[in-house]
Ligand binder design. Structure first.
Ligand SMILES: Cc1ncc(COP(=O)(O)O)c(C=O)c1O
Length: 385
């Protein structure tokens, strides 16, 4: 079954059993608890909605299918998914090697919660260079956690190379695949153990639901993650599950349009005198363009641009825009734009920001699926600052 067919059909078969109405979509099951006819026999396996809910279950099987995994788990947010992975698989004293250019909220969770309160150590390294990852391995290391491409610098990590290092050293490899979505990249196929998404982004795609997903194929990992999903309780609500089920049905169509627009915009901005630099994996000028072609099936809708000038110029450009909403988040049908240094990555220490290249005029763009022509026209007028 191909991607879009899976996105539409897996987890949602019309129910023709007696008393059922043949709905073509899975109904929104809001019941918190499920009655049984006999003490020891839960009805169809359902007991209590935190543990298992029919709408969430349909979503979890769809999530697994589109990421080519055996199991899917849905959470209340991307960070809820991350917290669950860490709680399920690590303990105090363990060490994790991670990408230096991670999403700011993930860094805050690692540094200010898991290191500060639970004694789990993280080494932030340039995972684009596999030797840096290898050098950081200690006897306490249990996990490698990468984001590729990164947020906001769109730096790539070679998933297959890092997966080999993980296997040789008996480490669990987690890949945050939020930026590419399962449509453009499947890390499990490249040797990762766990794939994680903020479904708040492309997977849901309509900027109306916060959620997270974890996909795995290993039984041992699934058991631990499912146990923690129920024990810590950060699972996705039935209503969000319903929204995400709906979003996935058009994921492939949206991703194709995001990419088509992004390629046009990246080319246009590359030639604009007020733009110093465009960072987009689909441009030949991207230092890892070849790796992008190897491990991804497309280049996605995210880019970063650096403007000429000062912070004030960047602020003027952002306020001039009509269609690009000045907002955090990404992956929605509408174009979103933001200034990482003062917005999404404000919690990253200043020195680290400087080292990574997150300057005061670096702007992150989440290209939406509006008509390309309208978006370019908007950029033309806004760059007239
Ligand atoms: C790459 C990445 N991972 C994880 C998250 C966290 O997800 P959420 O906001 O759904 O908690 C985000 C949010 O921006 C993100 O961009």
């Amino acid at each position: 079954m191909q991607f879009t067919t899976k996105g539409i059909h897996i987890g949602e078969k019309p129910n023709f059993q007696e008393g059922a109405t043949g709905d073509v979509i899975v109904p929104l099951h809001l019941s918190t608890t499920f009655a049984r006819q006999e003490v020891e026999v839960p009805t169809a396996g359902y007991e209590y909605s935190r543990s298992l809910n029919p709408t969430r279950k349909a979503l979890e099987s769809k999530l697994a299918a589109i990421e080519k995994a055996r199991y899917g788990l849905a959470f209340s947010s991307g960070l809820g998914a991350e917290t669950t992975v860490l709680l399920a698989l690590l303990k105090s004293g363990d060490h994790v090697i991670t990408t230096d250019d991670l999403y700011g909220g993930t860094q805050r969770l690692f540094r200010k919660v898991f290191t500060a309160n639970y004694g789990i150590e993280f080494s932030f390294v340039d995972s684009a260079n596999p030797a840096r990852v290898e050098d950081a391995i200690r006897k306490e290391t249990k996990m490698i956690w990468i984001e590729t491409p990164t947020n906001p610098m769109l730096k790539l990590t070679d998933i297959a190379r890092i997966a080999l290092i993980a296997k040789e050293n008996n480490l669990i490899l987690v890949v945050d695949n939020t930026f590419m979505s399962p449509y453009f990249q499947n890390p499990l196929e490249l040797g990762a153990d766990i794939v994680l998404h903020s479904t708040s982004k492309y997977i849901n795609g309509h900027s109306d639901s916060i959620g997270g997903a974890v996909m795995v194929s290993r039984d041992d990992l699934y058991e631990k993650l499912q146990f923690m999903q129920n024990s810590a309780g950060a699972m996705m609500s039935p209503f969000d599950s319903y929204l995400v089920l709906r979003g996935i049905k058009t994921l492939s169509l949206r991703m194709r349009q995001h990419e088509e627009n992004a390629i046009e915009i990246a080319k246009f901005l590359s030639d604009h005198p007020k733009v110093k630099k465009v960072i987009y994996p689909g441009l030949e000028s991207h230092p890892q363009h070849e790796l992008a072609k190897e491990q991804m099936r497309g280049f996605g809708g995210m880019m970063a641009i650096e403007l000429e000038g000062e912070l004030e110029d960047a602020k003027r450009f952002l306020s001039n825009l009509k269609y690009f909403a000045l907002a955090e988040s990404l992956g929605g049908v509408e174009s979103l734009i933001e200034l990482p240094a003062l917005m999404t990555h404000g919690s990253v220490p200043v020195d680290d920001r400087k080292k990574l290249g997150i300057t005061d005029t670096l702007i992150r763009v989440s290209v939406g699926i509006e008509e390309t022509e309208d978006l370019i026209e908007d950029l033309v007028q806004a760059l007239n600052f």
